[in-house]
Design a protein around this ligand. Sequence first.
Ligand SMILES: [Zn+2]
Length: 182
Amino acid sequence: MASALNASNKATLAEQARNDTFYMHLALQQARKAYGKGEVPVGAVLVAGGQVIGSGFNQPITATDPTAHAEVQALRAASQAVSNYRLPATTLYVTVEPCTMCLGALIHARVKRVVMGALEPKAGRICSHSLLEDTCFNHLLEVTAGVCAQEASDLMQAFFAERRALKKSLKQRALLAARDNT
Ligand SMILES: [Zn+2]
């Protein structure tokens, strides 16, 4: 009996892991959209009953909106789609660990579970500098970390390397122009 239960548990966990990878790939597609717009590449999808009900990518610069993080965009889209500001029984897939604002938004929306890709050692508020133990929150969030973490972190690293290279070449151009003018 115990071993039969164990086997069915294992099957459920394996199925959950497969689903997590599938939806994280959709979140990564969103992150690539942010990359294409010159925004820090973070993407998110919100899933309910096996269906994506909202998706979003990081776009504070292009949207001129400091709150336009991927998670908030996905929550907004989902709330509109289901005409409800509460989103219980949903899972948010996000390529990078959420910040303080996004964790707050997840709690306000009553999201049930969050699945993350790469950790964000500086600003991450779920694992890196967890606020979840804070007793002021009256909502529990299930957490899974490290799903497709390498792909998410490769995307971030490529973005920042490209940005550093661009800054360097602009600086060199400015130096050359200054020399030409002397
Ligand atoms: Zn955020």
